[in-house]
Design a protein around this ligand. Structure first.
Ligand SMILES: O=P(O)(O)OC[C@H]1O[C@H](OP(=O)(O)OP(=O)(O)O)[C@H](O)[C@@H]1O
Ligand SMILES: O=C(O)c1cc(=O)[nH]c(=O)[nH]1
Length: 213
């Protein structure tokens, strides 16, 4: 869900400005889910641009406060949301932890890194939602550690029905700064994409699991 339309438009504009949005309709990109896609949103690039990362940090932190008040801990989903999650935690003067996709096989064999205690409330920060599986895998690890999830905030979501259903089934509230609709709207308006590309990106989204299969 989008909390603020202006932030959604501005975030899309900034992602396009730093060329975090990559298009390749020929070869495509392989996603974490195994799906192929003509588009890739590389939010990791945000960290390399101080003004953009400040915008994202401030708007995410403000939305966390607006939605959930003060949580005990901010947790980032590794690796994409370690940096941005830490910036949000710093802005809010809150403890930070991050969650690996799986427990380490050596060392302390942790999946959750950082200090957390049973019963603490957590807001989870994610960089990007496609199917939602990575995010919800992190949520499960936190819940297994007896932490209470207040909700999740991500920078961007493609807004797939699959993801909506996955979050609903897990009973986890999801908000994002921006999403695919705003991205396409701004990309077309600023000539980042042309009408043909816009049509392709719209039709791809109707059946993303089967593109170039
Ligand atoms: O919603 P999903 O279908 O799970 O896909 C989204 C996930 O994919 C990316 O992570 P990736 O696995 O590429 O690893 P990284 O964060 O370490 O770059 C991204 O950071 C999300 O965590
Ligand atoms: O699903 C993914 O793996 C994925 C998609 C995308 O656009 N960006 C990203 O970082 N991961």
């Amino acid at each position: 869900m989008i909390l603020d339309k202006e932030t959604a438009r501005k975030t899309a504009e900034l992602l396009l400005q730093i060329k975090a949005i990559k298009l390749d309709a020929q070869q495509g990109f392989k996603w974490a889910s195994g799906w192929n896609s003509p588009i890739y949103c590389d939010n990791r690039i945000i960290l390399s641009y101080p003004p953009i990362r400040n915008f994202v940090r401030e708007h995410m932190a403000r939305q966390v406060e607006q939605l959930y008040g003060k949580a005990d801990v901010i947790a980032g989903v590794a690796t994409g949301a370690i940096g941005i999650g830490m910036l949000v935690a710093e802005y809010l003067s809150l403890p930070f932890a991050y969650v690996r996709p799986e427990a380490k096989s050596h060392g302390r064999q942790n999946q959750i890194e950082g200090k957390v205690e049973e019963g603490q409330t957590v807001v989870v920060i994610e960089d990007l939602i496609s199917t939602g599986n990575s995010s919800l895998n992190a949520v499960k690890a936190l819940q297994d550690a007896n932490l209470q999830i207040k909700g999740m905030l991500a920078i961007f979501s493609y807004g797939f029905d699959t993801a909506d259903q996955n979050f609903k089934d897990a009973n986890i509230e999801l908000h994002t700064l921006s999403n695919y609709e705003y991205l396409l709207e701004v990309a077309l308006k600023t000539n980042y994409i042309n009408q043909t590309e816009s049509e392709l990106l719209k039709s791809w989204r109707n059946d993303p699991a089967n593109w170039k299969k």
